[in-house]
Structure formats: C-alpha cells, structure tokens
Write a protein that binds this ligand. Structure first.
Ligand SMILES: C[S@@+](CC[C@H](N)C(=O)[O-])C[C@H]1O[C@@H](n2cnc3c(N)ncnc32)[C@H](O)[C@@H]1O
Length: 481
C-alpha cells in the first residue's frame, strides 16, 4: 500500500481533470446503450458525463461540427438522457465514422445507466430464465456439452475419491495419481474437445447462438474447471483482459499446478492444448529468429537491436540468455507492454539473466500501448531495430488495426531488418476451450488474412512460417537493405 505522500496526482497538462471516457461495452452489456437521432438508433461507442460518441454507418447523415441535434440516449428501451447535443467532432477511426457529441444542459448519470442495465438483465433472467438460452443452442452442441460436462464431473468425483483414499500417502503418490490420470484421460479428453468444436462450427457465424452456447458452457462446465489454475486465471481475467502475463507463465511452466489431483489434471491438459503448446513452440521460433539475426550481426561486427511488442514475461529472452553456450554479446532489447506488472517481472528476470551470465547485453522496458506507436510516428524512432517481433497481440486486432500496426512496426525497422508477427491460425479444431469455456476470444486467421497485414510493405520480402505445434503462423517481413 502506498502512503498519501506517494500519491502524486497528475503532471503538466494532465492536472486539468477530465472525466474519463468509458467504452460503452465496458460500462453496460454489449449493444445495450444506444442513441436515437431523428428516429434512427446508433450503438454508443463511448461515454462520459458530458458527452458520448457513436459509430455512424456510411449512409448516416453528414453532420457538421456545431450542429445541434435532438438526441435520446437509451439503455435498452429506457431513456437515460433526452435533450440537445452539439456535434463536437467526427473522426475516421480505422475506416469508420466516429461522431462525438457534447451534451447541452444536462449530463449522463453513468451509474444510473449501469443500474438500468443490471435491472434489465435481472428482469430478463427472471422472466425468461435459462429457457431463452436453451432454445438458442443447437441440439448438437447441447449433446456435445453434456458429454464434456459428464466427462469432467466424472473425473472430479473419481479423482476426489481416490485422492482422499490415498491422503495419508506421500506427496509423490498424489502426483503419481495426477500423472496416471492425465495419461489415461488425454486421448478421450481430446475427443471430447474436438466433438464440442465440431458441434459449434455450424453456429460460428450466428452471434446470438454463439452467445447462448457460451453462456450455457460457462454455466455448466467452466465452474468445475476453475480448479485448474490456468483455467481460473484465464477465465477470471483479474487484470481486465485475456492472456495476461501470469496466464503465460502458467503455460510456460506447463507443470502439475493446482491444489487437488483433479485441478492438476485439467490444468496440465489445458497447458497441452495446441494453443498453449503453441505458445511454447512459437517462443522457440522467436529464439531461433533471434539467434539467426544475432549471427548476422556478429558477422557484420554490429550490435543487434531487438524490440518485442506485447512482451509479457519475455520468456524467450530469459531462456536465450540462460541457454547460450557462451554469454550473449551485443544485443539490446526494448521490451514493450501496456501492463506494468508484466514489465516489472520481465525487467527483473531479464536483468537477472544478463547479470547471471555476465552477458554484454542490455534491456530496457517501455510502458506503452501499441496505439502510441501507431499514432505518434516519432515514438521510439531514434533507434531503428534489426528485429521486431510481436507475438500474442495481433490475434486480438481487427484487420485495419493490424495493418496500421504492421506499418508502424515496419517503419521502425532499419534497412535489412526483420519484422515477425504471430497470429493464431485458421481453420483449426482447437478453438473451443478458449472461446467457449474460457471466454477468451482470438481472431484466428488463415494465411491470406495474415498476408493482408502488410498490403503496403512495398518491396519487403514476405514469408510465412508455421511454428512446430501448428497453432500459430508467422508473417516474416524483411526490409530491403
Ligand atoms: C498473450 S500475451 C503475450 C505475451 C508474450 N508476447 C508471449 O508470447 O509470451 C499478450 C501481451 O500483450 C500485452 N498487451 C495487450 N494490449 C496491449 C497494448 N495495447 N499495447 C501493448 N501491449 C499490450 C499484454 O499486456 C500481454 O502482456
């Protein structure tokens, strides 16, 4: 805990307090907040006490700055603000029109909007209950889910019983129980997962059906699996987003973690799934690329500058430092993440790795969002990089953003440098656990979609590489020397 003397407030321009804008979908349920203008409803994008913004389709009227509109801001069907608003701005954000309005003569009560949303949700649950969900889930998926639920519940009971039976045995006997169970269960659990994925496939384009199938899965199956630490962390998202550095650490350790045999078994099985196994093998591919670039730079007698965007725990750096037969020399890493806790862990482990081997290398961490690299062409432009990689981030970005980020990263390469971008591949039969059990949405892409990250890379040589678990593809762009 920090003392009051350490709470510093803002600096410079930040001392003028402005109520923070909040994304509508973070404040209320998806599509619950809308704005009605001249009888046409638009979904709100973000909101603050004094104003809102919304995405306008191409055919919506062309409002001018300072136009005054009559607006009705609603949560579900209930009005939260009815009055006038001034058009403050219109921006193009990744190809879409985003219109910002300033409310005149009133303000939005955001807490009241949240309350209205919660009330609506409760009223709907009480009136329509689970039947509404059930009716939307295709029978084939209900059956596949029932099989998965029975499978997991069966082993929860069985392993619980046998664990109690051998409770007085040595600790290793309990570890043996988990290992024995994993070996026996693994192929059948794979079948269960594949069957669930196959049953989901027909509804993948049908958003209401997907939401219902996810809700049913999260009600029936996920709670049992929370005994597995990696599943618990990935599902509960304590830092507010999926795939934080602690989830990555669980996956990298790939160990028998958990307090019960049942928890250990499903933790380990989750760490073995292609998406998780692929986290480890894509890290190996990044190590391979680093060593190849290192060899090039050594031959040229030059230092090697490497940037990792969305670095998380920077496990590949830690391993490279520890494993190289001779201490590494001449590498300077720039590690970037929007998560202070991840940077703190990465910084500590990497510096310790450098010190332990007395490696003539350095590392510094930047607490930045990739948005700053896109928006500010001057941000970290001083030192063109020899190798830039971004792994575990593009799978969350729309195509437009992915293209903008690819261009921003490519700009920061020196001539002859290499940009490597990883993305979960499509089609695949392993999306079910992430999407339906963990509510961890990734944008799976085929090779054509991954190539489209770089429509304007000009003369860059583009290559696609698949990592060893065949869960992620890498776009490799070499800037001409
Ligand atoms: C799935 S993890 C991957 C971490 C690491 N690259 C790896 O493979 O182990 C994604 C990382 O991206 C970071 N991240 C998410 N949004 C970001 C943003 N807007 N800017 C920079 N980093 C971001 C997260 O904090 C997290 O550490």
């Amino acid at each position: 805990m920090r003392s009051y003397e350490e709470l510093l407030g803002g600096f410079g321009q930040a001392i003028a307090f402005r109520a923070r804008r909040q994304l509508a979908r973070e404040l209320v349920r998806e599509n619950a907040a809308s704005i009605v203008i001249d009888g046409v409803s638009f979904t709100l994008y973000d909101m603050a006490m004094g104003g809102v913004s919304f995405i306008a389709p191409a055919q919506a009227p062309r409002w001018q700055v300072d136009d005054v509109l009559d607006v009705d801001i609603r949560v579900h069907a209930t009005s939260a603000f009815h009055g006038r608003a001034r058009v403050a701005r219109e921006e193009r954000v990744y190809g879409k029109r985003r219109v910002g309005l300033q409310l005149i003569g009133g303000f939005l009560d955001l807490h009241e909007m949240q309350r209205l949303d919660e009330e609506e949700s409760l009223a709907r649950d009480l009136a329509e209950g689970p039947e509404r969900i059930f009716a939307r889930v295709p029978e084939a998926y209900r059956e596949a889910l029932a099989r998965a639920v029975h499978f997991v519940a069966f082993y929860q009971r069985s392993l619980g019983y046998h664990e109690a039976r051998i409770a007085d045995d040595a600790h290793s006997a309990r570890g043996d129980l988990a290992r024995r169970a994993i070996a026996a269960i693994r192929p059948r659990w794979d079948e269960v997962r594949f069957a669930a994925a196959a049953a989901c496939r027909p509804i993948l384009g049908d958003r209401p059906a997907i939401l219902a199938a996810k809700a049913m899965t999260e009600t029936l199956l996920t709670p049992m699996l929370l005994a597995a630490p990696v599943i618990s962390r990935a599902y509960s998202k304590p830092l507010g987003y999926a795939g934080d550095f602690q989830v990555m650490n669980h996956i990298y350790r790939d160990d028998l973690e958990g307090t019960t045999a049942f928890g250990k078994v499903f933790h380990k099985l989750a760490c073995e799934e292609p998406l998780a196994a692929g986290v480890r093998t894509r890290k190996d591919l990044v190590k391979e690329l680093t060593l190849a670039e290192h060899a090039r730079s050594r031959r040229a007698g030059e230092p090697l500058r490497i940037m990792s965007l969305g670095c998380g725990p920077a496990r590949e750096v830690v391993e490279l430092l520890a494993e190289s037969p001779e201490p590494l020399r001449g590498i300077h890493w720039t590690l970037i993440d929007q998560e202070e806790k991840a940077l703190s862990a990465a910084y500590h482990d990497v510096l310790r790795g450098i010190a332990a081997r007395e490696a003539a290398c350095s590392a510094h961490c930047l607490y930045l969002s990739f948005e700053q690299l896109i928006r500010d062409p001057l941000a970290i432009r001083g030192e063109p990089q020899d190798l830039i990689y971004c792994v575990g981030l593009f799978d969350y970005l729309s195509e437009r953003r992915a293209q903008a980020l690819t261009a921003a990263l490519y700009e920061r390469l020196r001539p002859g440098g290499l940009l490597a971008i990883g993305n979960a591949l499509a089609p695949n039969d392993h999306f079910w656990l992430g999407e339906f059990v963990l509510d961890w949405t990734l944008i799976y892409r085929d090779r054509a979609a991954i190539r489209r990250f770089a429509p304007e890379a000009g003369p860059a040589e583009a290559e696609l590489r698949r990592e060893a678990s065949a869960a992620y593809d890498f776009l490799l762009l070499r800037k001409p020397a």
